[in-house]
Write a protein that binds this ligand. Structure first.
Ligand code: MN
Length: 329
């Protein structure tokens, strides 16, 4: 059987001539999603094909917003971006059929470029390039550059390098050979001093009370830690907290839940190779919300109507971890 070609040229061959190209990320994009979308946008530009980077909900966190402003990445929130029935969509860093991306009704999904495991029933798309062993989607887009006759500009290289660094937590989780190759190809092409400055300034002193509450509510059970934030927070801050708690040597799996715009947002991190963050969060939220991600990092959402408080959420995660360990042994 012939394996369909995966490359930028192959993607372009699946596009309809004369229709606008929308490069859509998941609804609450992160660095990797924005970087991959921007890399693709730049490639389209060099081919003389204008495209638009779109997302469903919100850019969260100071650091990502500041990066988009500094690097002048043209992003559009779908609520303020009129679409046309002829538009064609390319999804990056997400998959049609997963709940973290709201599909535009009636529009053709021309392509899917992702590094998350496929959902059980993905929606149809014309071109697929899903490499779930890659640490970042930015790596995949770098390979599209490498396979074309164009190299990324300094700004595009900086964005892609930031995407790799964030999704692999500075090359410490889920790293494949492809990520290392992309890293070494991009490192001296990018302005890493600026990129690192932007990544390392994600916190605000206004968040001190959130960190305080996180520590006050922290529960630790057999290598698993859980906390919740009752104040309004954002997914960026809870992700930083979930990362940080793994620094406790007693903790190998962390869960941080927080209130965000009428929903409970959950960030999950695992440094236990036998405990996949994505699988635990899916199991813990079954029936009350949804979750997903990778082995090392994941996230989820529970609507307030289904939320029965932090004690219940804690028990759900504890039970999910216990049953998972049980199955594996
Ligand atoms: Mn990603």
């Amino acid at each position: 059987m012939n394996v369909p070609e995966k490359s930028f040229d192959a993607l372009v061959r699946h596009l309809k001539h004369g229709s606008r190209i929308l490069v859509q990320t998941h609804d609450f994009p992160d660095f990797d999603a924005i970087a991959a979308a921007y890399g693709l946008f730049c490639l389209f530009e060099t081919y003389g094909l204008p495209s638009f980077i779109v997302y469903g909900e919100e850019i969260q966190g100071f650091s990502l917003g500041e990066t988009i402003r500094t690097l002048k990445i043209p992003v559009h929130r779908l609520k303020e971006f009129p679409t046309d029935s002829q538009d064609q969509v390319i999804l990056v860093d997400c998959c049609p059929g997963n709940k973290n991306v709201t599909l535009l009704p009636g529009l053709t999904i021309a392509g899917v470029i992702d590094h998350h495991p496929l959902p059980s029933e993905p929606e149809p798309a014309l071109y697929w390039d899903v490499r779930d062993h890659y640490g970042s989607c930015s790596t995949l887009i770098w390979e599209y550059f490498a396979g074309s006759s164009f190299l990324p500009t300094k700004i595009a290289a900086t964005a892609l390098l930031m995407g790799i660094m964030m999704d692999t937590n500075y090359l410490t989780r889920g790293v494949s050979q492809a990520d290392l190759d992309a890293f070494s190809a991009l490192y001296f092409r990018a302005d890493w001093i600026s990129g690192n400055y932007l990544l390392n300034n994600s916190l605000s002193v206004q968040n001190v009370s959130i960190f305080q509450e996180g520590l006050e509510h922290l529960r630790v059970y057999k290598g698993f830690c859980f906390t919740f934030i009752s104040k309004e927070t954002d997914s960026d801050t809870i992700a930083v907290m979930a990362d940080d708690y793994l620094r406790f040597h007693e903790v190998a799996f962390s869960v941080v839940a927080g209130l965000n715009q009428g929903e409970i947002k959950i960030s999950v991190r695992s440094e236990d190779p036998g405990l996949a963050a994505s699988k635990v969060v899916q199991r813990a939220l079954k029936g009350i919300g949804f979750g997903g991600g990778h082995n090392h990092m994941g996230g989820g959402t529970v609507s307030l109507t289904n939320y029965t408080g932090p004690d219940d959420l804690y028990e759900r995660f504890r039970a999910a971890i216990d049953s998972y360990i049980h199955e594996a042994t």
